[in-house]
Design a protein around this ligand. Structure first.
Ligand code: CUA
Length: 185
């Protein structure tokens, strides 16, 4: 092969390599951009809330004591849901939430590892004893959603699920204590 021909080949190789590097670079930037965008706008991100809680004293006092479970709306309008995942049920069994408002969900387990998801939303987390699992979301459609346990936790695992009742603004009326339970049907 002559030197001139060789040089042309080299340049052609360099050009295709740069083209591929550019293409892959664009793809990676788009993928990372999408992850960042969905994380900032619709809270699609790993539940990385490293918050410890004593699983043995969970139900005795503090945030996850029985009287404090369920949905609470604070003075500034913040909606927080607190629930316990335990063998083999969620407490409470039905959770009332408003549509089209940011909701913070907090879960804890006193026994084994559970998991949960709420159908059709970004809510999907493990509930590990010793930690609080926290997820932010916004429910866009009213109606009942299923919240099953999705981590095998024992014999009754398949019986472990709760209902999330998404209420329109005019039916989401917390009491004077800021609490609201599912509407009776
Ligand atoms: Cu709890 Cu499976």
């Amino acid at each position: 092969m002559s030197d001139a021909r060789h040089e042309v080949d080299e340049r052609w190789i360099l050009r295709t390599e740069l083209l591929w590097a550019f293409g892959v670079g664009v793809f990676i930037a788009a993928a990372l951009g999408m992850i960042l965008f969905t994380a900032l706008t619709i809270s699609v991100n790993p539940p990385s809330n490293v918050e410890r809680i004593d699983p043995k004293a969970l139900h005795l006092s503090g945030e996850f004591a029985e009287h404090n479970l369920g949905t609470t709306v604070s003075g500034d309008g913040t909606v927080i849901v607190r629930a316990i995942a335990t063998q083999f049920m969620f407490v409470p069994q039905c959770i009332a939430v408003p549509a089209n408002r940011r909701v913070t969900l907090r879960f804890a387990s006193p026994d084994v590892i559970h998991g949960l998801l709420i159908t059709g939303t970004n809510v999907n987390t493990m509930v590990i004893p010793g930690f609080v699992a926290q997820v932010h979301t916004e429910f866009t459609r009213t109606g009942d959603l299923l919240m099953p346990c999705h981590e095998y936790c024992g014999q009754g695992h398949s019986e472990m699920w709760a209902t999330v009742q998404v209420l329109p603004e005019n039916r989401f009326k917390p009491g004077s204590d800021g609490r609201i339970s599912c509407a009776q049907r």
